[in-house]
Design a protein around this ligand. Structure first.
Ligand code: ASP
Length: 442
């Protein structure tokens, strides 16, 4: 029988100090299948504290402005020295600190600076566990254009892991073809965990954090939402794109490719089952799996009589956004009207230009940009077989007096997206949640 293999990733809050390291190590040692460990940099120890990654960015920026960084640098080094000492380890990272300090002064790059949090934490974790250390710089690769080189990484990393029974691979960074270091976007250790999971073809990717998985709605908006037990990759894509945090949205891709499940687990409550993310799953007790949403969208609306007879109208409208390198979210349209929904932030400083270009290319009857739109995604694999789901969403929102500005449902029937006024966001989220979850449990 094949022995089970698990990749475990620990987030910064799970490795913020020696006490958390001990807890993480206990979790790792309690299951021999947990053979590959991906750590983040130390996170906040308390609410007023700072994440090491933020300190590294600030220190590097100070160095590049020619400031004296001694104090800042010592503050960072002391975080690691403190963990080493409290764990009773005999390793020393002083040589690494010296190399880093010099590299900061010589402008080795912001990504290099940020990556050192994971690197140093990885060194400590490997010493504490007695696992081998594999530097992510040697096994995770980016291409010249800065995108992740998945195939080269999978070959080299897969081969390397075969040579190490148990190893620690720091999260968040890899190397460019010219050997400089590059990081993923913030929270990117989740992606590294997923890449390692794919490369060793493990049975399960456990992502250990400080919450027991995903909730059906954002707890800052909906009081005490229920946890999500099971979610599919596709549902999670919809939910995390629309703001459900917990896991970096890009970390789904490598494991999805290999069909490996992800289990979100809580370091502070290891026995809680957390959220299981699976390639496919039967519909749950509830029609919807979760609700997520974001504020800060704008709608560009173009009206023109007989638009439907003009071949290429949509392409011309979108070509303006393409030239501006703006990606769009949704494209609701009517017979003589077409709207594009974009994040308001991307319009900054170029509204006039976009309007002018659209006027030139489209010769419309009217064109306008409306701001302050919020989008809500109601997501659930159970919708497919549940007639009346959309009606329930609209009824819930209508019953609290919220006007819907836009509706979009993908043909996969996995989600219903609503565009509403930002001021109605919280009210609408609560109304939808109550309709599907609270009232369901009565
Ligand atoms: N330490 C990095 C960050 O704070 C990456 C991570 O924790 O995943 O974004």
């Amino acid at each position: 029988m094949k022995t089970e293999l698990k990749v475990v990733k620990f987030g910064g809050s799970s490795l913020a100090d020696a006490e958390h390291f001990r807890r993480a190590a206990e979790i790792i040692r309690s299951d021999p299948a947990r053979r590959y460990v991906v750590p983040s940099a130390p996170g906040k120890r308390s609410s007023g504290d700072e994440k090491v990654t933020d300190l590294l960015y600030a220190c590097y920026d100070a160095a590049s402005h020619g400031e004296n960084i001694n104090l800042r640098f010592e503050h960072i080094a002391n975080r690691f020295r403190g963990i080493i000492e409290d764990l009773g380890l005999t390793i020393s990272l002083e040589d690494d600190f010296e190399t880093m300090r010099r590299a900061f002064m010589h402008k080795a790059g912001r990504d290099y600076a940020a990556s050192r949090g994971e690197y140093l934490n990885g060194r400590i974790m490997s010493a504490y566990l007695g696992y081998d250390f594999i530097d992510a710089a040697d096994v995770i690769f980016f291409k010249d254009d800065g995108t992740f080189d998945s195939e080269r990484t999978n070959d080299v990393l897969g081969q390397k892991l075969k040579e190490h029974e148990r190893a620690v691979i720091p999260g968040f960074y890899g190397s460019m073809p010219n050997d400089t270091l590059k990081t993923f976007s913030r929270g990117g250790s989740d992606i590294t965990g997923s890449i390692v999971a794919r490369a060793c073809e493990c049975d399960l990717y456990e992502n250990w954090t400080d919450v027991s998985g995903f909730m059906m709605a954002d707890p800052r908006i909906v009081k005490d939402p229920l946890p999500i037990d099971v979610v599919t990759y596709r549902e999670l894509r919809e939910l995390s794109y629309m703001g459900a945090g917990v896991l970096h949205e890009e970390s789904i891709f490598p494991v999805r490719f290999a069909g490996i499940p992800i289990n979100i687990k809580n370091t502070n409550d290891p026995s809680a089952k957390g959220t299981m993310i699976l390639p496919e799953a039967p519909a749950d007790r509830s029609v919807i799996t979760g609700i997520a949403g974001k504020k800060g969208f704008s709608v560009i609306t173009v009206d023109k009589d007989l638009m439907n007879t003009e071949v290429g109208f949509g392409r011309r409208m979108l070509s303006v956004l393409e030239r501006e390198k703006i990606n769009f979210e949704h494209l609701p349209s009517g017979i003589d009207t077409m709207s594009v929904i974009v994040a308001t932030s991307v319009l900054e400083g170029r509204r006039e230009r976009i309007m002018d270009e659209m006027c030139d290319l489209l010769n419309p009857d009217s064109i306008q940009i409306d701001d302050n739109m919020a989008l809500i995604a109601v997501v659930g694999r159970g919708m497919k077989k549940a007639p009346g789901t959309a009606a329930r969403v609209f009824k819930a929102v209508g019953s609290v007096g919220v006007n819907i500005r836009m509706i979009d449902q993908g043909s996969s029937e996995l989600n219903i997206i609503l565009g509403i006024e930002e001021k109605d966001f919280e009210k609408a989220m609560n109304a939808i949640y109550s309709e599907f979850v609270r009232d369901n449990s009565k």
